[in-house]
Design a protein around this ligand. Sequence first.
Ligand code: ADP
Length: 425
Amino acid sequence: MGNWQKEINTVVLMFMGVALVGWATGLFMPLLFMLMAAIIMRQVVMINRFEKWISKGGRGKYPKVTGIWETIYYHVYRIKKDEKRRKKKFRKIIDQFRQSTEALPDAAVVLGTHDEIDWANKAARDVFGLQASDKGQRIPNLIRYPEFIRYLKSGNFQESVFLPSPVDHRIILEVRVVPYGAGLRLLLAQDVTQLKKMERMRKDFVANVSHELRTPLTVLKGYLETLQDMDDGHSPLLTNSFQQMRGQTERMQHLVDDLLLLTRLETQQKKTQCVDVPALLSQICQEGDSLENDARRIQLTLESPAHIVGEEQELRSAFTNLLGNALKYSPDDSLVKVRWYQEHKAFVLSVEDYGEGIAKTDIPRVTERFYRVEAKRAKKVTGTGLGLAIVKHVLMRHDARLSITSELGKGSCFSCHFPLTRRCN
Ligand code: ADP
């Protein structure tokens, strides 16, 4: 039988006792009144005791009581105990999490809504030179690189930013912010010094090899031209060999030129001027048309007179590559549309062809270096696989982006989107 039932039984028994005695003595009402007063008094005393116990946090064992109050005390005691256990478990999880993040080789800093430091692990304290007393300080006051402050303010955390460590400038850090929760941010930094060094070595190697190959190739091509001039055509084998050798040498020269251009794009400082894009496009399209043997295939539409801030030579090679591809990867008699126009957020150059198109799975890969789609083509199409990598790099240096839409067998449209802020006329 539960305590609640016992409590009811006791009260009922007491009422019955009072009724019995009251009936025998004729004092039913006064006795009933006394009983009720006693019950109320008892409850008031119990409530008072309970209030005292709970106001002290309900800590420790509860006072010795009987009846329903014992059950109430027991329930509250159990809830408190469970809560304590849960808190302990939770604290243990947090401790474990802190210990593991503390041991992480990468730096992690938890930032508050105003970019103040909430917590930082050991690696963060080491690479950023943070101290325990810096807790609560705003991070831009401690890491004062302008590019970092710009990055933090921009709110665009898709990409990371590279900074030297404030403690040791030889250490290069890749810093990234990950927003989470309501306005909170996690700042992560990784030591990429070795990676950057390797990248530098790769670039230097490619640049040196390409540069060194240039002279021998020019010599070879020169001799081949002389030999071709001397060829009297008596031996078809020889004539064909000369032709093949010259074709391959030219291909190698293109490769070397493209590699050198890519290296320059990766390493050289940007030089900017105001580029007259409509004039540049007219020139490129004219050159493109004159290369074509047959009728004019290029349709140029200049809907915007906008000039943009940029590097003319770089833009020329990017646009030439796009136009060259459109001509290469479409039938000799099909149209290629070049358009320069303004959208609500960008100036756009689009190059559209009605050629072979690109499969959906290949689209994300065509801008990779040396990536060439293997397709069954009627005509042999030569290329280095570096053209679109060059386009991507040039656009990156102009804060622009490349978008590609294409359908196999129908054609492709390559569009370069330049921010409106680049306009300069
Ligand atoms: P490539 O020197 O081979 O043309 P690119 O980097 O310019 O190198 O292009 C990479 C690949 O993307 C090409 O080999 C081709 O398969 C594909 N591609 C590029 N432009 C087009 C286009 N307009 N139509 C169809 N395929 C294209």
